[in-house]
Design a protein around this ligand. Structure first.
Ligand code: GLC
Length: 711
């Protein structure tokens, strides 16, 4: 009896605060909430877009009237110090309580100075540089009246058909987690109230990167175990780094649209992780639950989302149209609404908006901080670091002054450098195409024997609502390469694209392939820096490049299966009749203009227990003739587990720079956390057993050693 009574009391307590504990609140917020009418509270949960930019399927006019009437508390796709000041003036001086507006925008890989697309930057493996890119983006965005970015995009993906793979950090949860946390730190800094930091937004929560058939917005279905081990970590890493807003994803997961997933938003995000920020919908995502077949109508959609922990409605107007009535009818408790409003107002307080609503609206600062020489120099450097030398038979680096031709449909593009989420980046700010940049360092002649052939996808083939059923280059591009080879030309292919491509034909035909992604504002010069050796390429693939779409999904943390393909002529093994199992270019692959030699792995012990550790060391030597940067990668395999384990998982890496002939010892400390996983009973932890450790310059180019762990 006693236990049941205790449970009943606990349940009542939980229900009485809308199913969640109220978050710790700024006293000014509590005072404000006491004055607010029900309608004014609802207004704070409403986010509309301005008509400056279109980032979704619908627009609505009259957002200024909505703000003036207290029906809207946040605005996206509006910036510049002048415009945001005018809108803020309406909110602060023409409404009853003068609650400031929160201005949000998609600052995804830069605001005015545009950096490489995120998939590109993830191939730099340069975590401090990625953090710096977010800090610069925040500096420029905050100077333009913005306080909120819809970034970092934390969606793991092994789906090259999906256009939004371009926006993420590739296939690996360990690398993706480091990047999500770094971008969060870069945006938010150590104080959100500073005039050069902005609120991060962890998106798209969750597992949006696993749409069936690679078609955007499509169904996502996976086991809780696979979700928690391979898709959830980057979101958690951003939250642990202090991210104070989260965006729900369009997809369903396990049959429930994320926009109404109590499991995702309340149970995992707010209860398990203790998240005290707010959750915003994606664009019209609440209303789209009607099309999902999960909500009967708009009012039902609003009820489902608010009760599932979704605090702010981007562009559905479902909250504006129905929340007041839902609270009056008791379908949504006022406690639940209060908790949502409290979370939102707390962030406005943390941003300093309650102290000075106009603190981000300084036109002088906007001019001073945007597209500075320092920002552009950094953009050029990180663009070069993001590029991956996939193949090189010695044609690269080119010599300055030698005669080359620069050909191809993207040789003279500037627009594609900015990618699909280009923020406020403008093509006019791009100083040089690849053709322009090469001309500055050498003789460009159409009939030269050496050719730089710039191929790729137009940026519009990537990003949102841009899935493809083919991952090949346009046929005419491959034909152009074939014809140049028939003429006996030496061809270095430069790729501008936003997804892993099927390069099987191009890898046979070309003499070199440089993956340049969409390299941002300074991309032309960065490509020339790499082609002529002013920057020795150091990028490593953060996503596997398949031989063809038939191999997809293909990723480095695959399982061994009961019939691994070991014997070339065997029939009954896991293989294809028409293609090897191995990818064209493996996760972690990337060449340099120098060579790195790895010693065998040395272990300080062959077994460790409980909370002990083991140290694995290699000596890496630059055996070439130029300085180079190498990303030394650590992978681990658990040979036997209570559930099957991947043949290798990335668990660490170190970027080192070596002069010609120089050696460096690189050591990794292996502990039980690196061996932990969701065991068969779904508890997280290690298991006793035998393990392999792999260290090398790519997931398919490693030294290996064995060790044992005892719980
Ligand atoms: C879009 C995208 C999301 C973006 C939002 C606002 O639909 O899914 O990533 O942040 O709308 O533009």
């Amino acid at each position: 009896m006693k236990k049941a009574l205790i449970i009943a009391i606990a349940a009542f307590a939980l229900a009485s605060c809308g199913g969640r504990e109220a978050v710790k609140t700024d006293p000014r917020v509590e005072a404000l909430m006491k004055q607010m009418t029900l309608e004014e509270k609802v207004g704070q949960t409403v986010l509309f877009t301005s008509d400056w930019t279109v980032t979704g399927p619908s627009m609505r006019s009259g957002y200024l009237e909505d703000i003036k009437a207290g029906r809207c508390g946040a605005l996206l796709n509006a910036y510049t110090a002048d415009f945001t000041r005018e809108v803020q003036r309406v909110a602060v001086e023409e409404t009853r309580l003068g609650i400031p507006i929160l201005f949000g925008y998609d600052v995804i890989h830069g605001f005015r100075t545009i950096f490489p697309i995120n998939l590109g930057m993830s191939c730099s493996w340069d975590i401090p540089a990625i953090e710096e890119s977010a800090r610069i983006a925040a500096e420029e965005a905050a100077a333009a009246g913005l306080q909120w970015t819809y970034s970092p995009m934390c969606d793991i993906s092994v789906e090259p058909r999906w256009g939004r793979i371009s926006e993420g950090s590739g296939e690996d949860p360990y690398l993706g987690s480091l990047i999500s946390a770094a971008m969060t730190r870069g945006y938010q800094g150590d104080d959100l109230s500073k005039d050069n930091t902005i609120l991060a937004c962890v998106k798209h929560f969750a597992a949006y990167g696993a749409p069936q058939a690679g078609r955007d917005y499509n169904t996502v279905d996976m086991s809780e175990r696979w979700f928690r081990e391979f898709y959830l970590p980057p979101y958690k890493a951003a939250i642990d780094a202090g991210a104070m807003s989260v965006m729900a994803s369009f997809n369903e997961l396990d049959g429930v649209p994320a926009h109404a997933s109590n499991h995702l938003m309340n149970e995992i995000l707010k209860d398990e992780w203790g998240f005290e920020g707010f959750v915003v919908s994606d664009y019209t995502g609440i209303n789209e639950m009607i099309m999902h077949g999960y909500a009967a109508d708009e009012s039902h959609a609003a009820e489902l989302s608010m009760n599932a922990g979704l605090d702010m409605d981007m562009m559905s107007a479902a909250y504006m149209n129905h929340l007041t009535e839902l609270v009056k009818s008791g379908k949504v408790s006022e406690k639940t609404l209060d908790n949502a409003v409290r979370r939102i107002l707390n962030i406005k307080a943390k941003l300093g908006l309650l102290d000075d609503p106009y603190k981000y609206c300084d036109t002088e600062r906007e001019k001073e901080r945007t597209l500075t020489p320092e920002n552009k120099a950094f953009a050029r450097r990180i663009a070069a670091e993001s590029m991956v030398l996939l193949k090189n038979n010695g044609v690269l680096p080119l010599k300055k002054g030698e005669k080359v031709a620069v050909l191809g449909p993207m040789a003279d593009t500037k627009d594609d450098f900015l990618g699909s989420w280009r923020g406020a980046g403008e093509v006019e700010a791009v100083p040089a195409s690849i053709l322009d940049a090469v001309k500055e360092v050498t003789t460009v002649a159409a009939q030269a024997n050496k050719v730089i052939l710039v191929l790729g996808e137009p940026w519009s083939w990537t990003g949102e609502a841009a899935s493809r059923t083919s991952i090949n280059l346009p046929e005419e591009q491959t034909e152009l390469l074939k014809s140049l080879k028939k003429q006996g030309k030496t061809v270095a292919v430069v790729l501008l694209n936003g997804r892993p491509l099927d390069l099987s034909a191009e890898s046979e035909l070309s003499d070199a392939i440089l993956e340049a992604w969409y390299p941002g504002t300074m991309g032309g010069y960065a490509v020339a820096d790499v082609l002529f050796g002013d920057y020795n390429p150091s990028g490593k693939l953060s996503v596997t490049f398949p031989r063809n779409l038939g191999q997809v999904p293909i990723y480095h943390y695959a399982k061994n299966t009961g019939r691994p393909y070991i014997h070339p002529d065997a029939k009954y093994e896991s293989r294809y009749l028409d293609c090897p199992n191995e990818p064209l270019y493996a996760f972690g692959h990337g060449l340099s203009y120098t060579d790195f030699e790895y010693s065998e792995i040395g272990l300080d012990v062959s077994e460790f227990k409980a909370d002990g550790t083991l140290t694995a060391k290699v000596k890496v030597t630059n055996t070439g003739s130029v300085e180079g940067t190498e990303t030394v990668q650590l992978y681990i395999r658990d040979l036997v587990g209570s559930v099957t384990r991947p043949v290798k998982q990335l668990k660490g890496f170190q970027r080192i720079t070596l002069q010609p002939g120089e050696s460096q010892e690189v050591s990794f400390t292996i502990d039980k956390e690196m061996l932990s996983f969701y065991r068969q009973d779904m508890t997280w932890g290690p298991e006793t057993g035998d393990f392999k450790v792999f260290i090398g310059g790519a997931s398919d180019n490693v030294k290996e050693a064995s060790f044992r762990y005892e719980i």
